[in-house]
Design a protein around this ligand. Structure first.
Ligand code: FDP
Length: 331
């Protein structure tokens, strides 16, 4: 089943808001453009740095710039998007159709930039909100995370996958390059309640508080009854690590550390969209203290501490994070 056919069915069954399926199809179109460029980047001189920093201080890669320009033009041409918040743009971008358009798009065009030059997995993350018409653009571009009406990601790995939710479960599509179509490969994805994997930059272990170090001690302790030790999987791309947790169970976390006092990951276009996807699949996502979808962003590039994945694994992280138990025992 193609993406367009699946969206048509969802529209008939659940009555999606007008134009939403067009936007989700455009995600697919953008993904095809990006997948093609990522595949040939090494051959056409499109790897490496531009020389600038993005709004949160990361060195911009040529592919970051390409991906941003591609998604902006693909969504602008729909006439459905009033404003775009992107990791690569300092300010909210108002489109030519701001007056009439219905939606706000929050997007990380290229997740996992450090992987571009080593042929590693990459991603695109997006969240869609209703746009409430004229008014202060900056204020309107900061809706509460729970107001997202659709979200998802694209993963560029061994194959290119598009995973989305429009509030009726989570569905995964794989790009058939010969057909040029995304085909349904993972219908109604459910995140296992508990996994065997954890994903984190453990190189920052000594920058984490004792509560989190105790959590790592717990995960890596030997106890076959609770399937420990957990195995470490960290690709450098949030989308790829999250995808593993979503499919097979497990947990990804990026807490605050010495370099990232408020966490590293961006709330509007990384944490909130993935939180909606994972919750729709039965998992959870929080800062360690507060559910991500309950947050109200105060700025478009706001960073937060982040934990996401299987419900029981996130709950265990939160238990340790609260300092409820800094010994190596579980709740
Ligand atoms: P990147 O900066 O390379 O785009 O989005 C932020 C992110 O990657 C995540 O995809 C990834 O999990 C994390 O940051 C990697 O950060 P570290 O290099 O600090 O581990």
């Amino acid at each position: 089943m193609t993406l367009s056919r699946r969206l048509l069915d969802e529209e008939q069954q659940h009555g999606l808001p007008p134009g939403l399926s067009t936007l989700l199809l455009q995600v697919g179109f953008a993904a095809k453009i990006l997948a093609r460029e990522f595949t040939r980047a090494a051959l056409v001189g499109n790897l490496g740095l531009v020389g600038d920093l993005n709004p949160t201080g990361d060195a911009q890669k040529k592919l970051d710039v390409f991906a941003n320009e591609a998604v902006v033009s693909v969504f602008e041409e729909t006439g459905l998007v009033a404003a775009i918040v992107s990791e690569e743009m300092e300010r909210v971008k108002e489109t030519a159709s701001t007056g009439a358009a219905r939606y706000l798009l929050c997007i990380d065009p290229l997740d996992g930039s450090s992987n571009t030059d080593i042929n590693g997995a990459l991603g695109t993350i997006f969240g869609i909100y209703k746009w409430n018409g004229p008014g202060n653009v900056t204020e309107q571009a900061l809706p509460k995370c729970s107001e997202q009406i659709a979200a998802g990601y694209v993963m560029y790995g061994g194959s290119t996958m598009l995973v989305y939710t429009a509030g009726h479960g989570v569905h995964g599509f794989t790009l058939d390059r010969d057909l040029g179509e995304f085909l349904l490969s993972h219908d109604n994805i459910r995140c296992p309640v508990r996994g065997r994997y954890y994903s984190a930059n453990v190189g920052r272990y000594y920058e984490w508080p004792p509560e989190l170090r105790a959590y790592i001690e717990y995960l890596t302790d030997h106890d076959p009854a609770t399937k420990r030790p957990y195995s470490l999987r960290y690709t450098g791309a949030l989308v790829a690590d999250l995808h593993r947790s979503l499919m097979e169970g497990g947990v990804y976390f990026y807490p605050a550390d010495a370099q990232h006092k408020n966490g590293k990951l961006r709330l509007a276009y990384e944490c909130a969209p993935l939180a909606l996807v994972v919750e729709q699949a039965g998992g959870s996502a929080s800062t360690g203290e507060t559910r991500i979808l309950d947050l109200q962003p105060h700025s478009i590039h706001q960073q937060v501490p982040f934990v996401i994945g299987s419900a029981a694994d996130v709950a265990l992280y939160e238990h340790f994070f609260r300092g409820a138990n800094v010994s190596k025992t579980a709740p």
